[in-house]
Design a binder for this molecule. Structure first.
Ligand SMILES: [Fe+2]
Ligand SMILES: [Fe+2]
Length: 299
């Protein structure tokens, strides 16, 4: 029997990518406003969300003594920087189509910076405790992104005619790297001394918020989209899931139960790490593969 990979054989590292988003149509996924905006919500959340993840792991560096884990953190930071930048470009594309969230995104970003400054101004041992809370939030969110990523990568029936090819490559590359680095925040959390109670407590509000907030945000994107008609509905969501167009929100919510197992590790999530690494080795928009990967500037 072949062993299932829980972590990649090599420490994670950023890759150089190239996506041509200039021709992406407003409803780039199956010409369907709800399906497209279900993924576009990621464009709105990821840039600041992933910078928050990076703040938490960068702040953890002074407490990490293991060389492999320090390398993993640097690779994680590089990957998330690249993800955030590419999704920013998607946000600009949405703005060109008249879908404007700039004010909210700027406020979101300001909030992240203020939080990071406050945490870094704390004296020890309070700083360490605040950083542990940040990493616990990151590890919980990374569980959710890895779950979504698994469904995006494994269940999609996207074809170049139904889905803009570069948008599809962008989401598949991001999904694959999320699966590749899904263990990093969790490993750092444990290395820095994080225990079960704190990580489980943080997952409860996150787990409850996601199935409510994601549809609400998708509805709001549809409301601001001059080309969209109708309202978000669960019936249409489940139809898009059955067609392999979007990830399943109910299944991702259900996957959160795995996080509450005391011996949980992100490597146990159902998505195949092999499949993600194979995708990245062949991905059309990744420039250079193992051995030729760029070291992103992360500090
Ligand atoms: Fe990411
Ligand atoms: Fe991530």
């Amino acid at each position: 029997m072949t062993a299932v990979l829980r972590r990649p054989p090599e420490p994670v590292a950023a890759r150089k990518t190239s996506f041509d988003l200039g021709n992406a149509r407003v409803h780039w996924l199956a010409d369907d406003a709800q399906a497209t905006h279900t993924l576009n919500v990621g464009n709105l959340l990821f840039p600041t969300g992933e910078r928050f993840f990076n703040d938490s792991l960068r702040n953890a560096l002074p407490y990490v003594t293991d060389d492999r884990l320090r390398k993993e953190i640097r690779g994680f930071l590089g990957q998330e920087v690249t993800h955030g930048n590419e999704h920013e470009r998607c946000v600009e594309r949405m703005e060109e189509h008249g879908i404007d969230f700039r004010r909210e995104l700027d406020l979101f970003e300001q909030g992240r910076k203020i939080l990071d400054e406050r945490v870094n101004a704390l004296p020890e041992p309070f700083r360490r405790q605040a950083v542990l809370l940040m990493i616990a939030a990151t590890a919980a969110a990374e569980h959710f992104t890895a779950s979504l990523a698994g469904y995006i990568l494994e269940d999609n029936t996207w074809s170049d005619t139904a889905v803009d090819p570069d948008m599809s490559h962008l989401f598949l590359w991001h999904a694959s790297e999320e699966i590749e680095h899904r263990h990093v925040a969790f490993d750092v959390y444990r290395h820095v001394g994080g225990g079960y109670a704190r990580r489980a407590a943080i997952m409860i509000p996150l787990g409850l918020a996601v199935p409510v907030l994601w549809p609400l945000l998708t509805s709001e994107v549809m409301r601001r989209d001059p080309a969209a008609r109708g309202m978000w509905s669960w019936r249409r969501h489940l139809r898009s899931v059955r067609r392999g167009e979007v990830f399943s929100l109910p299944r991702s919510f259900w996957d959160m139960r795995l996080y509450f197992k005391p011996n949980h590790h992100p490597g146990d999530l159902p998505a195949s790490l092999d499949m993600a690494l194979n995708y990245l080795a062949e991905a059309p928009s990744v420039l250079g593969h193992r051995g030729r990967r760029r070291r992103a500037r992360v500090e």
